[in-house]
Design a protein around this ligand. Structure first.
Ligand code: NIG
Ligand code: FE
Length: 387
């Protein structure tokens, strides 16, 4: 069964071959999907016939968003903590333990229901690929069940047992790291594609972070790092040193960090929802881009620092607050996210790519930043199926 999407006012392919610029723009375009794949892309007047047709109504079409950083397995919410911050309190990561306590107390069904609900919420807003981390369990059993749930919801699942030292290990961080690298990793690994660590003062230092990432990599997991979120620490350089797919947050970067990222295949994943919700300075994406680093945008959806599943919001914030152009931001939210997950099959619309696309009720991708807060995603096709 083939599906023709036509009457596309502006098509973002992220493939320079058929179109214009890095977004590979094709005006007055059509796309044909078959068996979960894109099979044809080009000008509408040259489109082949197909079994079914969707009329994009002159709207823009882009690849589905690739959200490469989220924490959807948790219980409870922290609206009061958010309100306190907006009244002047500082974020220091301590609230993570509030969610750890709530998550440990929740049964599997409650955790699964929240993750499934948030995944569906993201899909409605155009996110067709999403990475999901554990990290609110912090015991062997709670991390294993968190990962199992994450993996049920998305194949891009990440073991974040090293999110924070839990209270029962207070003053014994190295013992906790040994648990993470040993029994906890062994229990989580069957459900994980990635290993992550919160490399930050008050969480895990460079040596502890290196040990966690190396243990995960030795078991075949890819590395990603919560790096330089709250201070200019060693996280980014460690991520580059280990060949991590992504260094995430990157809010406090020195010249050496930027140079390291620019000379590497490690993607700088920026999560402006976190700066928004913690009222912190935004990272300067312009410096990273001008240096030649690859930048991705992600939501960091979690109940503490960024309780949004909206990639459109991230695009708008990146343009307004991080000196990205609308084209750079849309690329970062699609192809950039795919790079951060080392995926070739998503984030672009070219023959052979997965049939994931978003139809906007707007004539151009620029409207994602130009009309902030407006639900412009009119239709989502995920894996060839209208979602
Ligand atoms: O990405 N930095 C660490 N982890 C999360 C925050 C989690 C929380 O506050 O619950 C983040 O911002
Ligand atoms: Fe995060």
């Amino acid at each position: 069964m083939s599906l023709l999407v036509d009457n596309i006012g502006e098509l973002v392919t992220n493939d320079p071959a058929p179109g214009d610029g890095p977004l590979g723009l094709v005006p007055e375009a059509a796309v044909v999907l078959e068996a979960r794949e894109v099979v044809w892309v080009g000008p509408a007047d040259a489109a082949p016939a197909a079994d079914q047709r969707i009329d994009a109504g002159g709207g823009a079409v882009l690849p589905g968003f690739v959200d490469s950083h989220s924490h959807l397995v948790f219980a409870g919410d922290r609206a009061a903590e958010f309100a306190a911050r907006m009244a002047g309190e500082r974020y220091d990561g301590g609230g993570i333990l509030t969610t750890v306590a709530a998550t440990r107390a929740a049964d599997d069904e409650a955790l699964r229901a929240t993750a499934v609900r948030l995944r569906a919420e993201a899909l409605r807003q155009g996110t067709t690929t999403i990475e999901i981390k554990s990290g609110y369990g912090l015991t062997v059993a709670d991390e294993a069940r968190s990962l199992k749930i994450a993996f049920e919801v998305s194949p891009e699942s990440t073991f974040l047992g090293a999110h924070l030292v839990p209270p029962e290990y207070a003053g014994r961080a190295d013992d906790y790291v040994a648990l993470v690298c040993g029994e906890m990793l062994a229990a989580a690994e069957p459900y994980a594609r990635w290993v992550d660590v919160f490399c930050e003062r008050g969480a895990f230092d460079a040596d502890q972070s290196r040990a966690v990432l190396a243990a995960g990599m030795a078991r075949g997991l890819g590395a990603r790092v919560h790096a330089n979120q709250l201070s200019a620490g060693p996280g980014v350089r460690l991520a580059v040193e280990l060949g991590a797919a992504s260094a995430d947050h990157c809010a406090h970067l020195g010249e050496a960090d930027i140079e390291a990222l620019a000379g590497s295949s490690t993607v700088a994943t920026l999560v402006p929802g976190a700066e928004f919700s913690t009222r912190s300075p935004y990272p300067d994406a312009r410096r990273l881009l001008d240096a030649g680093a690859t930048v991705a945008l992600a939501t960091d959806c979690n109940p503490g620092t960024s309780y949004t599943s909206s990639m459109s919001l991230c695009v708008a914030l990146a343009v307004r607050e991080m000196r990205m152009t609308p084209a750079e931001a849309v690329w970062a939210a699609t192809a950039g996210g795919a790079r951060a997950l080392r995926r070739e099959d998503v984030g672009t619309l070219r023959p052979g790519a997965r049939a994931d696309l978003v139809v906007l009720s707007a004539p151009s991708y620029v409207h994602l930043a130009y009309r902030p807060g407006v639900p412009l995603v009119r239709q989502v096709i995920h894996n060839g199926v209208v979602a």
